[in-house]
Design a protein around this ligand. Structure first.
Ligand SMILES: O=C(O)CCC(=O)C(=O)O
Length: 283
């Protein structure tokens, strides 16, 4: 199918990302915000409880737990594995149509996350990284990152900050940084590179817009200096013809969301694990 204009596709090719306006409406946004709130307040099967991951500041007890447990969260990992409402976020028709314009009509979705930035925790940043470094399948340019803010986002509350054109750089190894959420790894040397910080732009977007970006694009997020929530839905979509190049985390389980699946290529996982592996939990 494919709903992006030639200009939007050209923008993606040139800069490594494109913003697609209003892929979901206010009613949908409220549906997922409300459901996330219920989950944060304990409406989650016991077996999936570790899928609620606290921000490191609260996990390490460097800050006292807020009265509202949702204010202490970093993310809900793969909520599609235990919640039918949140699973809908993998199949927004406007997202699928837009992604089809970039990588074709046969699509696997994976790694759905509902990511918070706790209000008033400015130090909770996610350093520069390229998502492709996490994924062991190829070709890398047949995978797209999807980032949908559920609140209006800007520099003050930790919006997405990207380095236009960086999708042409080689994929750097990831490294852990002291004091950062476990699993929020950094591309080696990128966070210390002033040029990247100078070239970077922070996106100012209304809730419901969608950023599609190359998995090679360098991106980061700052902490949230405001008193309000910053919540986003993120996931990835890969062309179903991609092939595994090695083992990967059990959290990267594929769901076919459009078109066909193919022998010897990425395989949909019918019953992905409910328990979560340590790589995703703040130890
Ligand atoms: O929005 C965020 O907090 C960071 C998202 C991100 O960069 C990622 O999950 O790779």
């Amino acid at each position: 199918m494919g709903s992006l204009t030639a200009e939007q596709i050209e923008h993606f090719d040139e800069h490594g990302y494109v913003v697609v306006p209003q892929v979901i409406d206010r009613t949908q946004i409220d549906r997922y915000l409300n459901r996330a709130r219920e989950i944060a307040h304990g409406d989650i099967p016991e077996a999936a409880a570790n899928r609620l991951v606290k921000d490191i500041e609260f996990a390490k007890k460097r800050l006292p737990m807020p009265e509202d447990p949702e204010h202490a969260l970093w993310k809900i990992v793969n909520p599609d594995r235990f919640d039918a409402v949140m699973a809908e976020c993998m199949r927004f028709p406007k997202v699928i149509d837009a992604v089809s314009s970039l990588i074709g009509d046969d699509l696997m979705a994976f790694l759905l996350m509902f990511i918070y930035k706790p209000p008033g925790v400015p130090g909770s940043l996610h350093p520069f990284h390229q998502d492709a470094a996490y994924f062991s399948f190829a070709p890398q340019d047949q995978c797209i990152g999807v980032w949908i803010p559920m609140d209006d986002v800007n520099a003050a509350n930790g919006s997405l900050c990207i380095v236009p054109g960086s999708h042409r750089l080689e994929v750097k190894q990831l490294e852990m940084k002291e004091g950062i959420n476990f699993g929020a790894l950094a591309s080696q040397g990128a966070e210390e590179n002033n040029e990247f910080h100078e070239q970077a732009i922070t996106l100012d977007l209304p809730a419901g817009d969608c950023v599609l970006f190359s998995t090679r694009l360098l991106h980061r997020t700052n902490g949230n200096t405001t008193r309000g929530h910053r919540r986003v839905v993120t996931l990835h979509m890969a062309n179903s013809h991609c092939k595994h190049t090695g083992q990967h985390f059990s959290e990267f389980a594929f769901t076919s969301v459009a078109g066909d699946v193919f022998d010897g290529c990425l395989k949909p996982v019918d019953n992905p694990t409910m328990g979560i592996t340590n790589e995703f939990i703040d130890g």
